[in-house]
Unconditional design. Sequence first.
Length: 343
Amino acid sequence: MAGAGGAVAVGLGEVDPDTHVYPRSTTIGDYTLTPTAVTASSEGTSTDPAASLASGKTAEIGRFNINNTQTRIGNKISTGHALIGKTVRGILFRIKRTGTLSGTVYARVYNSANTLVATLGSMDVSSIATSSTDYTFNNGASSAVIANGDYICLEYTGADAVNLLEITYNAVVANIVASIYTGSWTDQAEKLYYEAFGDATVNYPATNANDGNTATYHKTNSEANPYEKHTLSASADKEVAAIAIWIPAGINTITTLKISLSPDDATYTLMRAILISALTAGAWNYIRMKRDVQQNRYLKIHSTDTGVLAVTDVQVLAPTESQWNRRQGNKDITTESTEGVDA
C-alpha cells in the first residue's frame, strides 16, 4: 500500500479492533517522537575525489602574464597549508586571453626540485575567453600528493609580448604565494586566485540518522550484524506503534532490515523483519508494529546479514495509552473515576 510521498506503508492494513495491532498512520506529522540519541555498530566513510580542498577566491588585485619569457605561473605551497599531504586532482584558475593564441595550456604540479609531478589537466588555449573567466583543469586521471615547496601552476609556451594569457591574483595569505617561472622560480607578493579539488574523506556518522535532515544519512561499514541503536527517552516508558524510516538509494547491501525494541538495552524483542527491496528509497516508509504492552526505551534497527546498513532518518509513532484507547474506541478513564466499578 502506498504511503505519503510515494513511500511504502509496510504492514499498515485496515485495523481490526479485536487484534493487538496499533492504528495505522501514513502521515509523517503523526510521528512526533524523535530519538534523543543514536549509536551504531560502526560509522562508514567514503572518498570524494572531487571535493574542494582549499580555496583562495577573494577579490582580484591584478593579473600576471604568461608571455614569451614567463612560461609558468603558479602557487607555491608551504608547510602549514591545508593542501599539504592532500591528493589534488584538479585546480581552478581565473584566466583571460589577450590576442591570438594556439596550442595547449596545461595545469601542472612541479616539486621543489622543479621536477614534473603531475599534469592535472589541459585545454585548447584558443578556447579561453577574452574576459577573466574561471577554468577548472581536471583530466580525471592524474593526481599529486602535495608536499612542502610544490608549485601548482599554469604552463603555456606559445605566448609573446602581445599575445598572452593573464592570470588573476589576489592578497597573499599564510603558506601560499604566487611564483613566476623564467628558467627559475621567483616568488611574488601575492597569490593566484584558485581552488584545488581532490580526495577528501566523507563521514557518515550515526547522528545523521536522527538529525531531521533527509539529505544526510548514516551508513555502517560492510560488516556482520550491522545495527543502529536509537534511545527513545530517559526511561522505559514508550509503546512504539510504528516507525517512519527513510533510507538512501543504492547504499544498503543487506537483504533484510529488522526492528527490535528493548526496555533496558539488554533484552530485545524482534518486532518486524522486512526485505530492503520492499522499502522505497528516498521517501518515508511507514512500518507498523504489533502492539507490545512492554514499555520500551530503545529501538534497534539492525540486520543479521553481512553488509552495509544505511538509514537517512527515523521518526517514531508512540501514542499514549489515552491516545491508544481513543483510537480503539475505548473511553478514557482516570485513576479517580468511579465509572465501570461494579458493586
